[in-house]
Design a protein around this ligand. Structure first.
Ligand code: NAD
Length: 247
């Protein structure tokens, strides 16, 4: 049974990915930071349907906790085949000239330092160079990496741009060691990440700017993640799937 570790998986895109991966025969490590109850509910839902899943607490942006997360994953599920770097934060809509440096540190620590360190742990376990069987890494980026998100959150966009560079560089670095690295770039997906609010009417304007005229679902992003994580995408590395409703 292949094992997938998903960071920030207690809700939203991460939870949908855990659910879909379990339906497709993966054993799943559901990482959560604060929402133990939600993560455990998800695990029970999966195991009740005959799947295999465990919930593991860790702040996926801190080196020591990330090390613990990977050790626990392989201790409880025996191996690691796929990492989904999903945990991410988006702060309130704001221009750069109003942003404090603390915000920049929070966003970059979660959205790029965390995925970087998780990828490092994954490579140390998956690489044939270290005796591993190979594997896949999927980084959950954002369309904002390409647009820059002016007047909204250039900090977030820059962190996701950095994540895309990591995806492309690492893909080439570890391709010969059996590891494929790809990314998904969602645009507007209905999840709690938008709960921090913004200008009145922003969500309606956002939907209107999408050719398919609706926000996406977490499940629709999970489908792309699963394809990149699985052997179905065996000839793709260093590439991205935009899940944007045509935006
Ligand atoms: P969400 O807020 O529902 O989920 C994010 C999850 O990450 C939460 O469970 C949160 O607890 C977790 N998390 C945050 N910091 C963490 C940390 N340090 N350690 C462990 N977990 C942590 O939002 P979502 O939309 O499901 O977001 C998932 C990913 O998708 C994020 O990387 C986000 O940037 C990306 N994304 C979302 C959208 C969208 O419109 N929803 C668009 C583009 C990209």
């Amino acid at each position: 049974m292949k094992v997938m570790l998903i960071t920030g998986a207690s809700r939203g895109i991460g939870a949908a990915t855990a659910q879909l991966a379990a339906e497709n025969g993966f054993a799943v490590a559901v990482n959560f930071h604060r929402s133990r109850e939600a993560a455990e509910r998800l695990v029970v839902g999966i195991t009740d349907r005959g799947g295999k899943a465990v919930a593991i607490r860790a702040d996926a942006s801190r080196e020591e906790e990330i090390r613990h997360l990977f050790e626990e994953t392989t201790r409880q599920l025996d191996r690691l085949d796929c990492l989904v770097n999903n945990a991410g934060i988006l702060e309130r809509q704001m221009r750069l000239d109003e942003m404090e440096v603390d915000r920049l540190h929070r966003v970059f620590t979660t959205n790029i330092t965390g995925p970087f360190l998780c990828a490092r742990e994954a490579v140390r376990r998956m690489s044939t160079k270290y005796g591993g069987y190979g594997g896949t890494i999927v980084n959950v980026s954002s369309l904002a990496a390409k647009t820059g998100a002016p007047n909204e959150y250039v900090d977030y966009a820059a962190s996701k741009g950095a994540l895309d560079s990591l995806t492309m560089g690492l893909a080439r670095e570890v391709a010969a060691e059996g590891i494929r690295v790809n990314g998904v770039r969602p645009a507007f997906i209905h999840t709690d990440i938008h709960a921090q609010g913004g200008e009145p009417g922003r969500i309606e304007r956002l939907k209107d700017s999408i050719p398919l005229k609706r926000g996406g679902t977490a499940r629709e992003v999970a489908e792309a993640i699963l394809w990149l994580a699985s052997d179905k995408s065996s000839y793709s590395t260093g590439t991205f799937i935009d899940v944007t409703g045509g935006r």
